[in-house]
Design a protein around this ligand. Structure first.
Ligand SMILES: O=C(O)CCC(=O)C(=O)O
Length: 236
């Protein structure tokens, strides 16, 4: 499913990016990440808990609490441990997603893992990701488990978002102007499953997204003599 507004803005839905086998491997790798960096429930600055759980890998993970507000944490906010490395399979899938979306190759530095429990109304409200150091680079979200309804809006909150159903193995790519569009998501109860099905090969009763992007690395800045690349991960 696609439309001209999305394509013009740089928003792409890449269907069946990850094969069934790759999804099973991602589920295994995701469980390893969670074992080292347990899922947490962020809090909005007023103390309201998010309706999803998050963790991360690589250079930084998104987190929010009353003390620090929305931010990227270089270490796990609860255990203080270094974040696990990003699995190599995510690198392959990142490049494959960019290629299928027709976007130039670039590197990424961080990965978010979000879990939306369908049975408790797991969701992420409309927001725009602006706290990253380099918002010119794309974000790629790969879905795993239960279906998810992805909401893709526009440059301001008043823009009525399109709803698109994303199934396990699909990816969403936000590049170009759409990188700064309002978006959100919520898990669907239909097609959740405690055992594997063709639509949900990993058999998760929740919808998960593995989102990779450039969060901590600064955009390339040209100085008179050299190109400076300094190396990070936020949101509203
Ligand atoms: O792909 C998704 O589920 C949305 C994730 C998201 O918007 C975020 O983590 O900021």
């Amino acid at each position: 499913m696609t439309n001209k507004r999305w394509i013009d803005g740089g928003f792409h839905v890449v269907r069946e990016l990850a094969s069934g086998e790759e999804q099973l491997e991602l589920a295994r790798l995701g469980a390893e990440i969670i074992a080292n960096a347990p899922l947490l429930v962020p809090q909005m600055p007023d103390g309201t808990p998010f309706r999803c759980k998050v963790t991360g890998a690589g250079e930084g993970m998104f987190f929010a609490d009353q003390r620090r507000g929305y931010h990227y944490a270089k270490r796990h906010p609860e255990t203080g441990a270094q974040l696990p490395p990003i699995p190599g399979l995510m690198l392959d899938l990142w490049f494959r997603a960019l290629e299928r979306a027709g976007i130039h190759r670039c590197r990424f530095d961080s990965m978010l893992l979000n879990e939306y429990d369908a049975h408790t109304g797991g969701r992420l409200g409309l927001h725009v990701d602006t706290q990253e150091r380099d918002v010119t680079k794309p974000l790629v979200s790969i879905s795993l488990g239960a279906d998810c309804e992805f909401l893709i809006g526009g440059p301001d909150r008043d823009f009525k978002p399109d709803k698109v159903v994303i199934t396990s193995g699909d990816a969403v790519v936000m590049s170009g102007r759409s990188r700064l569009w309002f978006h959100g998501g919520r898990a669907h109860v239909a097609h959740t499953s405690d055992s594997a099905t063709a639509r949900n090969p990993v058999g998760f009763p929740s919808a998960c997204c593995l989102r990779v992007g450039v969060w901590l690395t600064r955009p390339e800045t040209r100085t008179r003599t050299s190109t400076l690349v300094v190396g990070t991960f936020g949101r509203s």
